[in-house]
Design a protein. Sequence first.
Length: 236
Amino acid sequence: MSEIALAKALSSNLSWKILDLLMHESMQEDKTIAKSLGVPLRIARGQLARLVEAGLVAVREKTSSRSKANLYYLSGEAKFLQYPPRGYQHLSEALITNLVESLGQNGARMILKDIGTRIGEDIGRNLISIASSTVWDPQVYADLYVNRFLRQMGTYPALRNIEEGKLVYEQSNCLFQELADKMPGLICDILDEAVHEGVDKALGVTTSRSACKGHGDPSCVFCVTWQKEQSGKKNS
């Protein structure tokens, strides 16, 4: 099992959902997985490919007289690691520790930055695809990213301020809190910042962080800004 492939595969929240589904539903076709999780088939297939590459999911072909289909199921390695969620935090810590030991601090930073950026870009593209408005402005950002996406992720976000070209929000809960407490330099300053950079790149905004739970603050506070020409810019 490649540590780098494993880290990349587990960098997406969708991976956890797929593993949970396969834990309870055994063998499933990619179409069934996509429908069950409410995601486009191409996205489900892409994430399944990463899980297969990491050795967490196995696949076999099912052939009938009318069609062929791939069946996905948990591999022996995934079952050995005892999914679902009760082991995720410990596994994530072990993965990052092994990355540092194998690649050094700089190598681990590069991998985590790449993972975070990809996560953020995926989030941004998905938000754009579900936006009902053709204009991406602070209010749409607040509605879809802060009040919808972050709330669904369990970060308990709250808007502090919203005005033309600027939005400030805070998170009282961190998805990586246990890891952030132990490794703020890697989790907060590399992985989390890269996620926001990825979202920024997709949406054309700039995010800065003025407070961080991993560094001892009571909450994480973010300021998102738009250039004047961007605040009324239409999505392409």
